[in-house]
Design a protein around this ligand. Sequence first.
Ligand SMILES: Cc1ncc(COP(=O)(O)O)c(C=O)c1O
Length: 379
Amino acid sequence: MGAMQEWLAQAAEDRQSTGIIRRAESAPSGSVEPLDLASYDYLGLAADSRLHAAAIATIKSVGTGARASRVVTGTVAAHVELERELCSLTAQPAALVFSSGYTANLGVLTALGSSDTLFLTDQHIHASLIDGARLARGSVQIFPHADLGALERALAARTMKRAIVVVESIYSVFGDAADLAATAALCAKYDALLVVDEAHGIGVAGAGRGGVHAAGLAGADHVVMTATMSKALGAQGGAVLGSPVLREHLVNTARTMIFDTGLAPASAAAAAEACRIIANEPQLVAAVERNAGIIAEVCGIERSDGAVQSIPLRSPEAAVRVTAALRESGVLVGCFRPPSVPDGISRIRITASAALDPPQALRAARLIASAVASDSAHA
Ligand SMILES: Cc1ncc(COP(=O)(O)O)c(C=O)c1O
């Protein structure tokens, strides 16, 4: 075996011993469609025929790929349309669409940060934000999750010229919401910029318009919003929203904008259609709330602020067992174990998708409650 193969085999053995093996495989297709409470398609829009029609029409008119970076010839009408729809949904003055939420976060943090910047990052933020802050070459300080006292102390003690605070509006594992109004007020007091990732907020929080909008911060000078089209919007792609001058800065300096091929036009068209649906169909967003309520009540857990809720389990093995048992019963849930859980506690993660009608949500919730109870009974 060559040195590289030996090293990879050793790494695989180490992973095996920790019990954390990730797989990128499609789910086996069975005769019964499972109830999907594991995906991020919060509104069920990935299966919506209106999104499909928008994507297909765009493919027919401009083709399947953007063919080039957006700053060369890769900007198409669908990108412009998506930016307009995002601004209209969130009441932000300007938007810039990236190829994914990941590249949007890398792009904005690296373009705004420098060696003179202190990044103050909430302990629970997503990997893309952590990577963006690290790549920006400033200094990174993590504050305990949602601890505004700790954030204020760090802001008050700062010696670097600029500060950027990074949070999410709704956190993905626990579904809890950040106090955006209070965080933005602290940022204003200490002359810091606030970057809010709305990956799990857009389409869900604030009647679907997001947490920044709900907090009355849309268009605020010192607040920047990022989003992904891959969750509630049922498509693919990412965006940064804020002032026109910010957009111009990103077009000229964000490396993941300049050196990345533009978002596939069909995804942009589908996401634009999703924005229109969210704005016009409040009952869709309300269905998430309804299903989350059913799940929380039946499972005896506290209702979270977002579309996701989680049930802690006593070990990583228990999380795997409960997830597998539920899959057998036709219910898909997410299985979260260290190191993918911010607090080190294994859990199943349940999405209250609007695609479930009330009887389906009730059936899934009962199966989940019973799988969790029967696993604990066999402890
Ligand atoms: C909070 C958060 N930000 C960003 C991303 C990345 O988005 P995308 O999947 O569009 O790259 C995710 C996706 O998991 C996320 O949960």
